[in-house]
Structures are given as structure tokens and as C-alpha cells.
Design a protein around this ligand. Structure first.
Ligand SMILES: Nc1ncnc2c1ncn2[C@@H]1O[C@H](COP(=O)(O)OP(=O)(O)O)[C@@H](O)[C@H]1O
Ligand SMILES: [Mg+2]
Ligand SMILES: [Zn+2]
Length: 571
């Protein structure tokens, strides 16, 4: 391809709509353009890179034995009602109406469709294992689309669904997908970490997310450099010690004391009060099915809502509003507590077990209670692990300190069990002729997000650092003088022809621009290899070969072709 004939609208300035490096570079390198918030057009170069990611995904899915299909993006709401997700996923579902005013759903994912297909086509254990995948556009009514392709309203996903007759077979299908994901992300030039993920209110089954470590990621993960344990913080545990139970006088009675204007754990930990955060009980009020519940944590801990969902068995809850809290407990946030509260459920974090000598709100604005003893003064309805782990806490597996880092979720493998096969009747007969629901797994890769994650992980101050595997073009040839009859352009054309004919993706920068502009643009777009052709070096029989981010090499033309091919093989 010749630069002058394609469209590569590079930008000198960073567009104000972009906050993170990869989003800025997608725009500046002329790979995508925004239509409106959360919706993007892929320009020729962006699309080439996207197709390469797709092809890697396709090759590895095929290699793992998955079968490619293509399902409709437009789906009947009835199957969503049947699975129960018409309600539980309603926040992300885009709905449209046809001319007869009938409602349809734009698919955010395809468990319902694939399970309906399998219900009709597979009825014997002999037809399994089966794994179907597709690479397709998904629609999600995201609350906060942002960061370009990272969280969009419309994006391309590879979704795969496995169906097995036995648990062991389902486990093997899961392992195959996990291994395929490891290969896919490595081939895309990405360093990823597979972390244990929260399985939501379904519980029991397991799941891994593939994370690209990045400060701009929307997820937080905890990992242990010593033993390799890694988990999304929504799921991560740690070997944390019990909250303070070292009170001097174990049987000291409760005392109320005035704390005017003290509304936070922090304020109470400062003079004149000086109660350390870990000696305070933090009381939160959440509404579950319009009933208030009290959640107790050590004052130095933060609530993990994913763990709360697991403990409650539902993800439908929200923090109480000030008004609701006041009418339930008679005080405002900052003075809340659970002492002698018996009319509401009280769920406490396990760290508080046996805690005594604690301080907590008195349910009277401007007052707190000290010498509070769990069990004696506070009746806990149920105990659960509810806290967010923190960096430095001891690993559950080996006791070494954990690290906490942000990451971008590019892929997700999930053992589903029989939730969908039961709801949508994907039943099969086993060897003895008994009917069972198929055991399912689902496996997603955000293809468009993966593309952006490559850029987020691989860039420098000059632009993108593509790996050969997903670069829009592997080589950019930059003649410094484009006069058609000149030696420079002739040499450039020869190199272009030779490399193209041997199957290399090569772009010829035939624009009538200053060398500085051309070099800057090729660094910005980030082609892995650049071949510069100029009068001076050509006079000595040389062309200039440069790997993106590497040193300049002067080589004879033929050597340059050989070296280029060698570098491409290396990736
Ligand atoms: N709004 C989005 N924009 C771009 N990619 C997304 C979006 N939502 C999900 N993805 C990608 O699709 C993959 C599979 O989706 P899934 O695990 O169902 O999403 P989530 O974790 O957001 O519920 C995710 O790992 C992510 O890479
Ligand atoms: Mg996910
Ligand atoms: Zn460890």
C-alpha cells in the first residue's frame, strides 16, 4: 500500500476527548475516529490491526477444537425471559422495536442463543464435547462508556461456549480454553496475568480473568510474587489477623461519649479522641429488597461489594440514602452503630469475630460508644469475608506479602455449570439413557479491547510499539525524495516490490513531505521496521534500517531485505 492512497489522518495534537495513552494514540495514529460517545469507526490502519488480532484468536480457537459459527446480534426477548436475565441483565440490554411494536434485544452476549441452538441439535453424550465460538459485534448499554474501545457501547467479542456430558470433560474443555487464551495474548505481544475471578451470586463454579497490568485498568488485582497466587480483588482473600481484641478490661461496660462534629473513622482516630481505626467498628447501611441491613467492618477496612453479593446471594442491593438511614436508626452516617439493633439483619466481617473494647457510633448524632464487645453488645446475624484485601497483607497460600495492582480485563473464562442448559432445555441422554442438562462453560475475549490493550502496554513518548503480529504493516519504507526518476525513489520502489512479493505487509510512504514529518509519523503509527532511503547513504550503497525503538543500521539493499525478513520472523 502507498501512504498517499490510503487514509492515515495522523494528529500532532492530542484530542481532548482522550484520557489514557492508548486512546490518545488510537486517535493520533489515525486508527479510529469517534462517531459519538462509545461508538467508533475503524479507519484502514486500525482495521488491519483489528483483523490481525481476530485472526490470531481464530487460529487458536480452531487449534483448540472450537467450531466457528455466527449467531444473530438481534435476539428475541423470550429467551432472555426464559434464562431469567431479561430482569437481571436489564441494565445493559439494548432493546429495539419492530414495525409491529414487538420488542427485540441487541445481544450483549450469547448464552441464550447458543443454548437454544444446542437444545435443538444435541441430544446424546456421543455428540459431546462441543465448543462453539464466534467473533461478533456485541451491544451493551454501559453506564459509563469510556477510554475509547476499552468500554464501548458496541464492541467486538470472541465468545465461545462449551457443552459437556460430565464434570471432568467440562473441566478439560475449560483447561483447553485457558491454554488457548495464554497463547492468544502472548501472540498479540501482551503480558497478561490470569487471575481468579469472582463468580458472582451463582457462586461455587470457577472463573479466571486475563488481565493486562496497567495503571489505567478498571480492575484491581492482588497477586503474590512469591507463589503466583493471583485474584481479582473482588475475590482475593488474605491471611489477615483478627481485629483488635486486646482490650484491657474485658468486661468493661459500654460508655457513651460526646463526639461533636466527628463524622469519619479518621476524625475519631485523631486527638482528642485518638481511637485507632482498627479499634473502631465501621457500620454501613445497605438496602436489600427495600429492607435495611447493617454491615460491620473493622474501621480500617473497606467493603468489597462483590463479596457482599456472594454473602447475600443477590447482587440487587444499594447503599441506603441518608433519609432511609435516619428513619431506620435515628442517626445520620458518622454516628451509626449496631449495638442493641435487633430489628435488622447484621452482617459482620470475619475479622470482627471476638472483637471487644471497640468503639462505634451510638445511633445518636454526635455520640459514640466505647468498650463495645461483639456478641455481648452486638448481635451478629451472619459472618462473612466482606473486606477488600490490601497490599502487603499475607498471602493465603504462602504467607508472603501480597501486591495490589490495576489491570485491564481482556478475557474471561467461566465454568457455568447447568444454569442455562436447565433453563433452556439443553438436555442430553447419557450412556444409560438418562436425561441430564449439558454442563457449560463460556469464554470471552474483548477483541477490540485487546487491540487497545496492546497499545496501552506498548508505547513510548513517540508513539505505538506494535509487535509484528498485530501491526497494521510490518514495514514502512520512507524515501526522502520522491522524484519518480531519482535513484532514491527507484530503490524504494524496488524494496517495496521485493518485500511485498515475499508476503511482507509493507507501506510505502510516497508522500511529498519533509523527512522529519515522515519519520515522526512512522514512529507515531509505530511500524515495527522502518527502511529509510536517502541520497547520502545511497551514494555509499546503503539504506537505513531501523527497528521501532532500536538503533539505526546502515546496510546494503539486499542485506536490508534479508535483515527485515529475519526481524519479522523474530516478531
Ligand atoms: N463495554 C465493553 N467494551 C469493550 N469490551 C468489553 C466491554 N464489555 C466487555 N468487554 C470485553 O469482553 C470480554 C467478555 O465480557 P464479559 O466478561 O461478559 O464482560 P464483563 O466482565 O464486563 O461482564 C471482557 O473480558 C472484555 O474484554
Ligand atoms: Mg468479565
Ligand atoms: Zn503466596
Amino acid at each position: 500500500m502507498r501512504w498517499s492512497q490510503t487514509l492515515i489522518p495522523t494528529l500532532k495534537e492530542t484530542p481532548s476527548e482522550a484520557e489514557i495513552a492508548s486512546h490518545k494514540l488510537l486517535l493520533r495514529a489515525g486508527l479510529i475516529r469517534k462517531l459519538t460517545g462509545g461508538l467508533y469507526t475503524f479507519l484502514p490502519l486500525g482495521l488491519r490491526a483489528l483483523r490481525k488480532v481476530e485472526q490470531i484468536v481464530r487460529e487458536e480457537m480452531d487449534r483448540a477444537g472450537a467450531l466457528e459459527v455466527l449467531m444473530p446480534a438481534l435476539q428475541p426477548p423470550e429467551i432472555w425471559q426464559q434464562s431469567g436475565r431479561y430482569e437481571t441483565a436489564k441494565d445493559v440490554l439494548f432493546k429495539v422495536r419492530d414495525r409491529a411494536k414487538k420488542e427485540w434485544v441487541l445481544g450483549p452476549t450469547h448464552e441464550e442463543v447458543i443454548t437454544t441452538l444446542v437444545a435443538g441439535e444435541i441430544n446424546s453424550y456421543r455428540q459431546m464435547p462441543k465448543n462453539f465460538y464466534q467473533i461478533q459485534t456485541k451491544f451493551r448499554d454501559e453506564i459509563r462508556p469510556r477510554f475509547g474501545l476499552m468500554r464501548a457501547k458496541e464492541f467486538i467479542m470472541k465468545d465461545a461456549y462449551s457443552f459437556d456430558a460430565t464434570d471432568e470433560a467440562a473441566q478439560a474443555s475449560y483447561k483447553k480454553m485457558y491454554d488457548a487464551y495464554v497463547r492468544i495474548f502472548a501472540r498479540c505481544g501482551l503480558k497478561t496475568l490470569a487471575v481468579e475471578a469472582d463468580t458472582g451470586v451463582m457462586g461455587g463454579k470457577f472463573s479466571h480473568e486475563f488481565m493486562v497490568p496497567a495503571a489505567t485498568g478498571e480492575n484491581e488485582l492482588a497477586f503474590c510474587p512469591a507463589c503466583g497466587y493471583a485474584a481479582n480483588v473482588e475475590k482475593a482473600g488474605s491471611a489477615i489477623q483478627a481485629a483488635s481484641n486486646l482490650a484491657q478490661n474485658r468486661e468493661a461496660v459500654i460508655e457513651k461519649f460526646a463526639t461533636p462534629g466527628v463524622l469519619t473513622i479518621d476524625a475519631l482516630s485523631k486527638p482528642p479522641y485518638g481511637v485507632p481505626a482498627q479499634r473502631q467498628i465501621k457500620t454501613l447501611v445497605y438496602m436489600v429488597e427495600s429492607q435495611p441491613i447493617l454491615i460491620l467492618l473493622s474501621g480500617d477496612d473497606q467493603l468489597n461489594e462483590a463479596k457482599l453479593a456472594g454473602a447475600l446471594g443477590t447482587a440487587t442491593f444499594r447503599p441506603g440514602e441518608t433519609e432511609e438511614i435516619f428513619s431506620s436508626l435515628g442517626a445520620h452516617p458518622g454516628s451509626l452503630g449496631a449495638v442493641n439493633v435487633t430489628q435488622f439483619r447484621v452482617i459482620a466481617d470475619e475479622r470482627l469475630q471476638n472483637a471487644q473494647g471497640m468503639t462505634t457510633g451510638a445511633n445518636e448524632d454526635g455520640f459514640h460508644l466505647r468498650n463495645v464487645k461483639i456478641g455481648r453488645d452486638i448481635q451478629v446475624t451472619s459472618w462473612a469475608d466482606l473486606r477488600l484485601v490490601r497490599e502487603g497483607e499475607a498471602c493465603l497460600k504462602c504467607g508472603e506479602p501480597l501486591k495490589v495492582q490495576r489491570g485491564i480485563e481482556v478475557g474471561h473464562v467461566f465454568k457455568l455449570g447447568t444454569k442455562y442448559s436447565e433453563a433452556l432445555n439443553a438436555l442430553f441422554l447419557d450412556e444409560s439413557g438418562t436425561q441430564h442438562p449439558a454442563i457449560m462453560g463460556c469464554y470471552g475475549i474483548g477483541v477490540t479491547r485487546t487491540l487497545q490493550a496492546v497499545i496501552e502496554q506498548r508505547n513510548d513518548e513517540n508513539g505505538i510499539l506494535w509487535p509484528v503480529s498485530v501491526a497494521p504493516y510490518s514495514v514502512c519504507i520512507t524515501p526522502l525524495n520522491i522524484a519518480p526518476e531519482g535513484e532514491v525513489m527507484k530503490t524504494a520502489e524496488q524494496l517495496y516490490k521485493e518485500l511485498s512479493e515475499s508476503g511482507v505487509d509493507v507501506l510505502l510512504d510516497d508522500r511529498n513531505e519533509r523527512p522529519g514529518v515522515k519519520f515522526k509519523d512512522s514512529e507515531l503509527v509505530g511500524f515495527p521496521i522502518r527502511i529509510g532511503v536517502g541520497e547520502k547513504s545511497l551514494a555509499k550503497g546503503h539504506v537505513e534500517l531501523k527497528r521501532r525503538g532500536g538503533e539505526l543500521l546502515l546496510l546494503a539493499k539486499e542485506e536490508a531485505v534479508t535483515k527485515t525478513k529475519e526481524w519479522i520472523r523474530e516478531g
